[in-house]
Design a protein around this ligand. Structure first.
Ligand code: ZN
Ligand code: ZN
Length: 181
């Protein structure tokens, strides 16, 4: 039987407790890109926690149907907006920002996201987790969830190509001012 349970990924150090192994790795190998990335994410999460819950989720949710209509102006194939298409939910898993029911075409946005009007997002899957706030965050979430509709499989290249088409159109409408009309 081993007298250790956790080995360091970068050197020969061994530890009994996971916590000690993690602390060792952060302290001794902070120059490793993987560790730098993990530390950056950790810092972002701390930063996000400092943003207080100040918004009414029902009020914030209203931007989604509004922006959806703008998107539909350019993509006629999208289904007609319904009253229940966008909802907020307090029941999503803690790491989820939003979820979509593809069959019924309903999007659930996490209540905490709306109350902060901020979230950590991997914008267009570029593996660069950033805190996003306000409109840019709404557009990223909207284009992502809508892209799941009638798309086979999960987060594959076909999916991201579709999201990019939606996102780009929304960004152009944001720049031209049409989004807020
Ligand atoms: Zn080590
Ligand atoms: Zn997704």
């Amino acid at each position: 039987m081993n007298d250790w349970n956790y080995g360091c990924l970068f050197c020969d150090a061994k530890f009994l407790k996971r916590k000690d192994a993690v602390n060792h790795t952060y302290d001794n190998h902070s120059d490793q890109p993987r560790i730098q990335e993990a530390l950056a994410v950790k810092a972002r999460k701390q930063e996000l926690k400092q943003i207080p819950f100040v918004y009414d989720p029902a009020e914030k949710l209203k931007v989604f149907p509004k922006y959806y209509e703008k998107l539909k102006d350019s993509f006629f194939h999208l289904p007609k907006l319904t009253k229940r298409m966008f909802q907020f939910s307090s029941k999503l898993a803690s790491n989820r920002l939003a979820e979509t029911n593809c069959r019924d075409q309903v999007v659930f946005v996490a209540q905490k996201v709306l109350r902060r009007d901020a979230a950590i997002l991997d914008i267009m899957n570029n593996r660069n987790l950033q805190i996003m706030k306000g409109t840019l965050m709404h557009l990223e979430i909207l284009s992502h969830e809508i892209a799941h509709w009638h798309t086979r499989g999960g987060h594959n290249s076909q999916f991201y190509a579709k999201q990019k088409r939606y996102f780009d159109v929304l960004i152009n409408k944001l720049i031209s001012g049409e989004l807020y009309k």
